[in-house]
Design a protein around this ligand. Structure first.
Ligand code: TXA
Ligand code: MG
Length: 323
């Protein structure tokens, strides 16, 4: 890939309008959301979307999320239904992605959906990300702004370390508050003929499944791990640091760095007070810091309820055997 000069843009009116102009021109721009930094391209421009895959070195069968400024904007691209309305009203803008059927005349590049007839849409809550989506007034395809298989970025510096020279610009607005990617809910089968299917939890993330179940008044169905259509691109080894990772460790062994949770001695602590939201916000940043030291990492057990489900999911992927 040819090197380019990656502009660092401040989250000011002029920085945001420059970012929107670059997206419109088919360039790649990394922008902050409340979950992680995204690597954005105009979702209607096939070549721009192709450049995302090239910059990340990402396997092309992994579909991307389209980011829009409002539920109203989402409805331009997908078939809406009652459950989508209920969840959007409760949680948008926020760390929730809804997978719905594409509408006719949607204009989204098939590279975004990897050829599926569904689209993941999300309305991020970050002020700078929102301002950018409003300035463009179009759908922005954006995976997390890290080279494929590496730890997700929660600061502009993480993005720069992974993608400098490969993208046009980074809109820098400090660290992300949530720190875990959005929760993804599959709603594509709602409203079709036949027995009413349950919404499906496709990926645990920054919004706890329990909160969604409370709004719906029912349990979410679990994704079928063996069905490539409901779980496309859920690569097991993902979010991986360079060093080996050992999970649910009571204590570090010699040479291991210790990533703690709760009170106790460790090299870095996800949350000394045992707060899961704090641990989520710290997860990727702490992994980046320990990884830079270049020793194996042991991780303390993290409870599995609430946001702990997504934290454990990301840790399992980071620890999985790699090629
Ligand atoms: O918080 C987030 O969601 C971040 C920020 C940047 O918004 N984005 C993100 O994107 O995590 P990415 O590309 O790393 O993860 C998108 C995942 C894919 O791996 C895929 O499993 C799922 O979303 N996905 C996207 N479209 C889908 C579809 N039509 N059907 C099923 N799953 C889909
Ligand atoms: Mg990612």
């Amino acid at each position: 890939m040819p090197q380019q000069n990656t502009e660092i843009l401040a989250a000011t009116a002029s920085g945001i309008s420059r970012a929107a102009q670059l997206l419109q021109a088919g360039q790649l721009v990394s922008f902050p959301t409340e979950t992680v930094y995204g690597l954005g391209a105009d979702a209607r421009q096939g070549e721009a979307v192709a450049a995302i895959y090239a910059a990340k070195g990402r396997p092309s069968f992994n579909p991307l999320i389209a980011h829009v400024h409002s539920a109203e904007a989402a409805r331009r691209y997908v078939e809406w239904n009652e459950v989508a309305e209920q969840l959007a009203a409760a949680f948008w803008p926020g760390p929730l992605t809804l997978v719905l059927r594409l509408r006719t005349g949607h204009g989204i590049s098939p590279l975004v959906t990897a050829g599926l007839d569904t689209l993941g849409v999300r309305v991020p809550a970050h002020p700078a990300g929102q301002a950018l989506l409003q300035a463009l007034d179009g759908p922005v395809a954006a995976p997390s702004a890290n080279p494929s298989g590496k730890i997700s970025p929660t600061t502009a510096q993480h993005v720069q370390a992974g993608l400098d020279g490969r993208i046009a610009a980074i809109l820098d607005d400090g660290p992300c508050g949530v720190g875990l990617e959005s929760t993804i809910i599959g709603l594509a089968d709602i409203g079709l003929a036949g027995p009413e299917p349950a919404p499906v939890l496709l990926r645990p993330g920054g919004l706890a499944a329990e909160e969604i179940e409370a709004v719906l008044g029912r349990k979410l169905a679990q994704r079928d791990m063996h069905d490539p259509l409901t779980a496309p691109g859920q690569l097991l080894s993902h979010y991986a640091p360079g060093a080996p990772l050992r999970l649910n460790a009571g204590a570090p062994e010699t040479d291991e760095l210790f990533l703690g949770f709760g009170p106790g001695t460790c090299d870095l602590n996800l949350s000394e007070s045992g707060d899961l939201a704090e641990a989520a916000a710290n997860l990727f940043g702490h992994l980046h810091q320990l990884d830079a030291i270049g020793q194996p990492i042991a991780v303390a057990p993290v409870p599995k309820h609430g946001l702990g489900e997504a934290i454990n999911d990301r840790l399992r992927r980071a620890a999985a055997p790699r090629d």
